[in-house]
Structures are given as C-alpha cells and as structure tokens.
Unconditional design. Structure first.
Length: 177
C-alpha cells in the first residue's frame, strides 16, 4: 500500500479544522491540525507535509507568515490559502510568498484538492469576471494593499491614504481584514 499524502492544516476555527481534517482523512491523507503559528515549525518537522491548507487570519496573526515559513521548509509543498476575507492584495502576497493557490470560504474539500492539483504555471483558460468590480470593492482593495505595504500599521496606512486614523479604523471595523 502506498504512503498516504501528508497534509498540514493551519486553522484557528476548531470546528472547521476538525471537519476539514476528517474529510481529508477519508480521502487517504494523513492530517495534522495546528491552530497557532507558534506550533507550525514543530508540526511541519514532525509530519513533513507535502500539502498545506493555511487560513489567512489566525486570531491576531497572519497566515501569510505561515505560508512563507512552510515554503522555506519545503519548496515543493502545495500550499492553499483559505480565507473568509479575500482580497486581491492578500491573494497576490500569498502567491508571492509561495502559496500554490488562494480560495475564498466557503470552499469544499473538492475545491481544495482541485487547487492542490492545479497546474503550477497557472491556467490560461480561466474566464474573467462577468461584471466589473464595484467601487466599494476597489476602495477596499486599495485600503488593504496600503495596509499590507505598511505591515498592517493602521496609523501609517491612514497617513498614506490621506485620511484620519479613526476614519480608517471605522472602515476596517465594517469590513474585517
């Protein structure tokens, strides 16, 4: 019998992580779940995963740091970033840091497995969106890109955007990172 594929799930939502782990185990994966970035290195060394699912928001931490550390561990690892707060800025950063793919929640196990198996050079057959991006989404993308460039320092991002820090904080409170 062949060795199971090894998957590391970095997710702070315990219920979702458990459900995802069970689903992948039924598909023949050997799965380990990590809820905090602090436990990532030990789990990766122990499991030596070929695949990883990383949540973008891990409490107060960023999953992008986890992507970077996992890529340094194994350059061939297939990493999928999964988030309920998708943005173009974070998708671009995730791919730059080594993610294989980036999916918005809710995503099924089939979606994640398809993302693992997607060609590493991309898919030229993907269709562009049917309608243009809304002004609200464009504003959010610009704010998030500026935040990412500032290391998520709200005061510095507000200065660069030319708005009061409280105004930016209110906008961020309405739509989470």
């Amino acid at each position: 019998m062949s060795e199971p594929r090894r998957l590391l799930i970095v997710e702070d939502d315990a219920v979702f992580a458990r459900t995802l782990a069970r689903s992948f185990e039924r598909r023949g994966y050997s799965v380990e779940v990590v809820a905090r970035p602090d436990d990532l290195d030990e789990a990766a060394a122990h499991l030596r995963p070929g695949f990883a699912v990383v949540d973008l928001r891990l409490g107060g931490a960023s999953g992008l740091e986890c992507v970077k550390r996992l890529r340094q561990t194994d350059a061939d690892m297939r990493i999928v970033v999964l988030t309920g707060f998708a943005s173009i800025a974070t998708a671009v950063q995730a791919v730059k840091l080594g993610a294989t793919n980036y999916l918005s929640k809710p995503a099924t196990t089939d979606d994640i497995e398809a993302a693992f198996d997607a060609p590493p050079d991309g898919d030229v057959a993907i269709e562009p969106a049917a309608q243009p991006t809304s002004l609200r989404t464009l504003e959010w993308e610009h704010i998030h890109q500026t935040l990412a460039e500032c290391g998520f320092n709200v005061s510095e991002a507000a200065r660069r955007l030319g708005m009061h820090r409280r105004t930016l904080a209110r906008k961020l409170g309405k739509r989470h990172l």
